[in-house]
Design a protein around this ligand. Structure first.
Ligand code: AP5
Ligand code: MG
Length: 196
């Protein structure tokens, strides 16, 4: 089973690249941001909690996020593998992901860290905000999201470094160029011939 953690700052291209990976490798794409936005749209209890936090650029509490993800994985018992997009975002979430996969006798295959400098992130998100309708694509919340990323999420890189699973991907250049680097990283640890 191929299980990919796609990691990076807000606007680094996690969602964009996840869609390409999903198509090429036939994996299930789990975006915690998308899951939460769907709960907000439904007006569920989880959505009510998530709404204000997302608009302010703050994280949903670890326990809640972990239990949502755990329940979501169970919806895909025949999956060939998963793309975890936007999770883990804290070291506690990374530890929880390892445990929840271990209970199912699977593991994270590799972590792709899409690296994009801050000015470019802000530019991309402001541009997306013109049409996205996302409550967090405004300058104030973008700055807050980047700050929270730097304090709470960056330590997750060391977590995967220690497991020799961390692959840095240059996130600038065209989407196709970024994807080519991602495929090279995946294929280096998970050759296509075993991907059947
Ligand atoms: P989430 O939805 O995950 O948002 P994010 O991490 O802030 O990232 P984005 O979705 O904004 O960007 P992306 O990296 O997917 O980039 P994209 O491909 O869209 O999370 C939202 C919120 O939910 C969080 O702030 C938090 O509140 C909560 N949350 C989610 N997960 C959580 C968790 N695990 N724990 C706690 N809370 C959680 O690309 C961005 C733009 O750039 C697009 O317009 C795209 O077209 C463009 N672009 C992409 N690639 C390129 C390229 N190569 N060149 C030029 N433009 C490009
Ligand atoms: Mg995204």
């Amino acid at each position: 089973m191929l299980n990919v953690v796609i990691f990076g700052a807000p606007g680094s291209g996690k969602g964009t690249q996840s869609e390409f990976i999903e198509k090429k490798y036939g994996l299930v794409h789990l975006s915690t941001g998308d899951i939460l936005r769907a709960e907000i749209a439904k007006g569920s209890e989880i959505g009510k909690i998530a709404d204000g936090l997302i608009s302010r650029g703050e994280f949903i509490p670890d326990d809640l996020m972990i239990s949502i993800l755990n329940g979501t994985i169970d919806k895909y018992p025949t999956s060939k593998g998963f793309i975890f997009d936007g999770f883990p975002r804290t070291v506690a979430q990374a530890e929880a992901l390892d445990s929840m996969l271990k209970r199912r006798n699977i593991r994270v295959t590799l972590m792709l860290n899409i690296d994009v400098e801050t000015n470019e992130l802000v530019k991309r998100l402001l541009n997306r905000g013109k049409t996205s309708g996302r409550s967090d694509d405004n300058l104030k919340t973008i700055h807050q999201r980047i700050q929270v990323y730097e304090t709470k999420t960056l330590p997750v890189i060391q977590f995967y470094d220690r497991q020799n699973k961390h692959h840095r991907i240059k996130g600038t250049g065209t989407m196709d160029e970024v994807f080519a680097d991602i495929c090279a990283a995946i294929d280096s640890v998970y050759p296509t011939k075993t991907n059947v």
